[in-house]
Design a protein around this ligand. Structure first.
Ligand code: ADP
Length: 158
């Protein structure tokens, strides 16, 4: 059996933001491998397709050799089991994030007692950033590049 310490950072990443990037960069040194796992929910519609979201994540972390990017559907704990990952990484911006993450984390622990959820505090300057607000700004033609990883430029696209 693999002894590698593997973690999964699950999310929609629609699109990836500076907030997500910061959480990954905090967590990456703690693990042999950190899988940024793009959840695909057939009931949900996304602003950016899976290929685009994946490309942006790969580009963001091209300097980190232990970051992998993958997509999954179904339960996060089942994906973790498939990947031999015993840790789930999530980010916390607020007490409402905490309440949400606590419930999901406890539920995941109940579904698979071997999997621990680790919560990382957001940087103060990232607390107001969420993919949903970014999508709203984009839909009204506002500028968003300042909230996205340095390498992503979408403000002046066609
Ligand atoms: P989901 O749709 O599963 O919430 P997201 O892509 O929105 O997926 O978020 C994935 C994780 O990243 C969540 O744990 C969320 O709390 C965290 N996160 C989102 N935005 C930020 C941010 N600005 N700073 C820190 N963590 C964040």
């Amino acid at each position: 059996m693999s002894k590698k310490k593997i973690a999964v950072f699950p999310g929609s990443f629609d699109p990836i933001t500076k907030g997500h990037e910061s959480i990954v960069r905090k967590a990456a040194p703690l693990f042999d491998e950190l899988i940024v796992a793009i959840g695909q929910n057939s009931e949900k519609s996304y602003m950016f397709d899976l290929d685009q979201r994946k490309k942006w994540i790969l580009e963001t972390f091209k300097d980190l050799s232990n970051i992998k990017v993958d997509a999954y559907s179904g339960l996060t704990v089942d994906f973790c089991k498939k990947k031999n990952a015993f840790f789930i990484v999530r980010g916390l911006r607020s007490s409402s994030d905490y309440n949400y993450e606590k419930n999901i984390g406890l539920m995941n622990k109940t579904l698979n007692s071997k999997i621990e959820t680790l919560l990382f505090l957001a940087e103060p300057e990232h607390i107001m950033i969420s993919s949903s607000v970014i999508r709203e700004i984009i839909s009204y033609n506002g500028k968003v590049d300042q909230f996205l990883p340095e390498c992503i430029k979408i403000d002046n696209r066609e």
